[in-house]
Design a protein around this ligand. Structure first.
Ligand code: DAH
Length: 338
């Protein structure tokens, strides 16, 4: 085939190429091994010496030219194939999707995590004790003596003469002090059990115990920590107020109120017009409790507090019945999606 014929033929052949197979056939016929361009190359043997150079150049030009025609066509064919695939794989984004319900943390878990975050930020560790306790840890070593009213059958779920469902997280204090010597800074979250049930009580509820034991710990340290706690949980403007109280394991003992975060202290339905809401109990660890755990009370002192988690959740989220927190009503729980 002459150079001129190849040129015209190539153009005509490419003009009708429509897909990758036809393009491959074109390549084989003109540019491949033994194809027309190679045949032209081979023809150099029969060209007189003085014309070889010009002949070689001319064939080379043809080769480059055919290659460029091929490349151009390949871009076009590839694009066409891609567009065809797009058309085939088209997705109708207007179709309604199947809704997948994403879960969320239970409000009690949220509050528990929030409280832990605040105190871990102050250097506290977290310890969890058993839900089945003995008399010794739950009462006696916490200085709750044999005739104390909180041992009454109505409050405590006794399992045997000695074993019971813990009535508070305070036995965690004893377990930590048995295992560890001061300085101690620990939080004990957990479920507790009492035979009691109404709008603001449930036979099972959750508490968070706090215990700090070190040299020179005073009631001021307790109030300082709790101030930080109520600010983080309720509002920057929240303040605490300590009122004298009584717990066998603390001396002195206090009830801690937070300034009403709804009315800011003016008096409203939430704080029953007083401007203050009771949130927890605490105090300076009774020396007897330290001594019961082998800690020298002439060297060390401690502070302790116990927070009712449901109560905090109810106050913070405006929940009026504690039972709602345990019913697993999805419509109710969905509201607490963070
Ligand atoms: N254990 C108490 C209760 O369940 C709460 C409490 C009060 C814990 C004072 C303390 C504390 O650590 O110091 O009612």
């Amino acid at each position: 085939m002459s150079m001129e014929t190849i040129k015209t033929e190539c153009q005509e052949a490419l003009a009708v190429v429509e897909n990758a197979d036809q393009l491959a056939a074109f390549w084989a016929k003109y540019l491949g091994k033994g194809g027309e361009v190679q045949k032209l190359m081979a023809g150099i043997k029969s060209v007189p010496n003085e014309e070889k150079k010009a002949y070689g150049q001319a064939v080379n030009e043809i080769k480059v030219w055919v290659q460029s025609l091929y490349d151009e066509k390949k871009v076009e064919i590839d694009k066409k194939a891609m567009m065809a695939r797009y058309d085939e794989e088209v997705i109708d984004v207007t179709l309604p999707v199947k809704e997948v319900a994403a879960g969320n943390l239970h409000p009690l878990t949220c509050i528990k995590n929030e409280i832990i975050d605040v105190f871990v930020g102050m250097g506290f560790d977290v310890f969890e004790g058993p839900e089945i306790e003995d008399d010794d840890h739950n009462f006696t070593r916490l200085n709750v003596l044999k005739d104390h009213p909180s041992r009454d059958m109505q409050d405590t779920f006794w399992l045997t003469e000695d074993l019971l469902l813990r009535t508070h997280t305070s036995p965690g204090q004893i377990r930590v002090m048995d295992a560890q010597k001061p300085p101690i800074k620990v939080l004990v979250p957990g479920k507790v059990f009492r035979s009691d049930s109404d709008a603001t009580h449930s036979p099972m509820f959750s508490q968070m115990e706090g215990l700090v034991v070190d040299k020179h710990i005073t009631l001021c340290d307790l109030q300082g920590m709790l101030d930080q706690f109520v600010k983080a949980l309720f509002s920057d403007a929240a303040k605490t107020r300590l009122r004298p109280s009584y717990f066998p394991f603390t001396e002195p003992s206090v009830e801690v109120d937070v300034s009403c975060f709804k009315c800011g202290g003016e008096g409203c339905s939430l704080c029953k017009g007083t401007g203050w809401i009771e949130v927890l109990g605490g105090g300076v660890v009774n020396n007897k409790v330290l001594e019961n755990c082998g800690i020298d009370s002439s060297k060390y002192s401690g502070l302790a507090f116990g927070i009712g988690i449901e109560r905090i959740a109810m106050l913070k989220y405006g929940i009026n019945h504690m039972g709602k927190l345990f019913e697993n009503d999805i419509e109710f729980l969905k509201q607490f999606k963070a």
